[in-house]
Design a protein around this ligand. Structure first.
Ligand code: NZQ
Ligand code: ZN
Length: 394
């Protein structure tokens, strides 16, 4: 076990009609004293179909505050979009930023809250250089409409700099939203493709923490095994019946549990599959969860011998394979990775870079060279091995 500090400042309101019940008082509580304007950040319009926009506007109306809309936050939000939002925040003397949507809307708004309160270049100083964050970001809260990233309950905001082709997921505890309002009913309008991609992202978040040292006895590894088993069960059930609100509710909370930091306490943390996916996304704008589905099995076949006991436990506890059916620990570990691979096939998710939109291999070396290396991996990758993985995934 590694020493750790645990804290999470986000207050969660989860369940039926929580926006109606709590949002207006949360806005009043967190509005900057002396100000009365809310910047409402959202994506391409799904909020107007799933009911969240109307509910949020009604809650804001109750407060008497003024709302300034900032729509069009794209999937894989760009640094430019974040800076555009900051201009609007500053020009209007906004006192609270409210994101409504999935990870992209939340991340863009969380980053805006930092840059709006900072005189320097937040991207360079915090995302690129990882400097200590001495400022307090502006107040920022979120209303979640899609489970996937866990952004509602974590300190990360992932942005893409389209000039340098760098997608970076730097996190600071001060970036955690002040509050997260989560009504699972909003998720019912998600297309099946997003249900699969988002839930695979959730599974990936747990796997990335699980497959890192310590690899022996550790309480939160036990939690993660149960969580992974449940996520796989729920995703199968959601694909079978996307209208089942109980299942979708379970997935929504699993998304927050997976990436709020708590299950990963004491772990070194691998994030290499994410780092490899982020750069694929920076160059191609591919879907995050789908990119992860392509990467994970191949990456794990590269590193399983370096963390064999955990890959054996993954096969036994998550996929419930019987060790007696396998002649060695290695065979059992590989069967666990095969089960993950088969699950992706069963879901009909992309399995190759071609399916993500890559037409040839010409950019793969440049993409591999630009990947961040995760030191918490069982074995840190080199750019050469990342290129091998990309080529095997092609
Ligand atoms: O843009 P709109 O119209 O809102 O549509 C979105 C978008 O097209 C749609 N959607 C959201 N809620 C919906 C819905 N459609 C129908 N009904 C609903 N209720 O879904 C699409 C995807 O939304 P997006 O927010 O882009 O997806 P996601 O939540 O997967 O976020 C992806 C971004 O988060 C980053 C990813 O890299 C990517 O940039 N990540 C953020 C993390 C974090 N903050 O901790 C960690 C993750 O590992 C990840 O890197
Ligand atoms: Zn992710």
């Amino acid at each position: 076990m590694n020493n750790f500090v645990w804290q999470n400042r986000t207050k969660v309101y989860f369940g039926e009609k929580v926006v109606d019940k709590h949002l207006s008082s949360l806005i009043k509580e967190h509005m900057t004293p002396g100000k009365n304007k809310i910047l409402l950040g959202y994506g391409g319009g799904s909020v107007k179909k799933n009911g969240s926009y109307d509910d949020v506007m009604a809650a804001i109306a109750e407060t008497g505050f003024e709302v300034i809309e900032f729509g069009g936050i794209m999937s894989n939000p760009t640094l430019d979009k974040m800076l555009e939002g900051v201009e609007i925040v500053k020009a209007n003397d906004v006192g609270l930023i409210l994101a409504v949507g999935g990870g992209s809307a939340m991340d863009c708004c969380k980053a805006m809250a930092v840059q709006a309160a900072y005189d320097g270049d937040a991207w360079q100083d915090f995302w690129m250089d990882g400097k200590e964050m001495l400022i307090d970001p502006m107040p920022c809260g979120v209303v979640v409409t899609m489970p996937a990233t866990g952004s509602e309950l974590n300190p990360c905001a992932v942005l893409t700099n389209t000039e340098t082709n760098i997608k970076c997921d730097r996190g600071y505890p001060k970036i955690n939203p002040l509050f997260a309002v989560m009504d699972p009913a909003y998720t019912l309008t998600m297309p099946l493709r997003q249900i699969k991609a988002g839930t695979f992202d959730i599974l990936s978040h747990v796997m990335e923490g699980y497959f890192s040292d310590p690899a022996g006895y550790w309480a939160t590894d036990d939690m993660m095994e149960g969580l992974m088993h449940g996520i796989i069960r729920d995703l199968r059930a959601a694909v079978k019946d996307p209208t089942n609100l109980e299942v979708r509710t379970s997935i929504m909370w699993a998304g927050s549990l997976a990436e709020n930091g708590f299950p990963k306490t004491g772990k070194k943390l691998d994030f290499q599959a994410h780092n490899m996916e982020h750069q694929l996304s920076a160059f191609s704008n591919c879907n995050h969860g789908e990119g992860l589905a392509v990467i994970h099995p191949t990456y794990y076949r590269h590193i399983y011998k370096d963390g064999l006991p955990k890959f054996v436990s993954f096969a036994k506890e998550v996929w419930r394979l019987n060790p007696a059916d396998y002649e060695s620990d290695e065979a059992l570990a590989l069967a666990g990775i095969d089960a993950l691979d088969d699950f992706i096939t069963e879901l009909g998710m992309p399995k190759t870079l071609r399916e993500l939109g890559f037409e040839d291999k010409s950019q793969l070396k440049e993409i591999a060279d630009s990947c961040f290396i995760s030191e918490g991996a069982f074995r840190p990758m080199t750019a050469e091995e990342i290129l091998e993985i990309y080529e095997e995934c092609f």
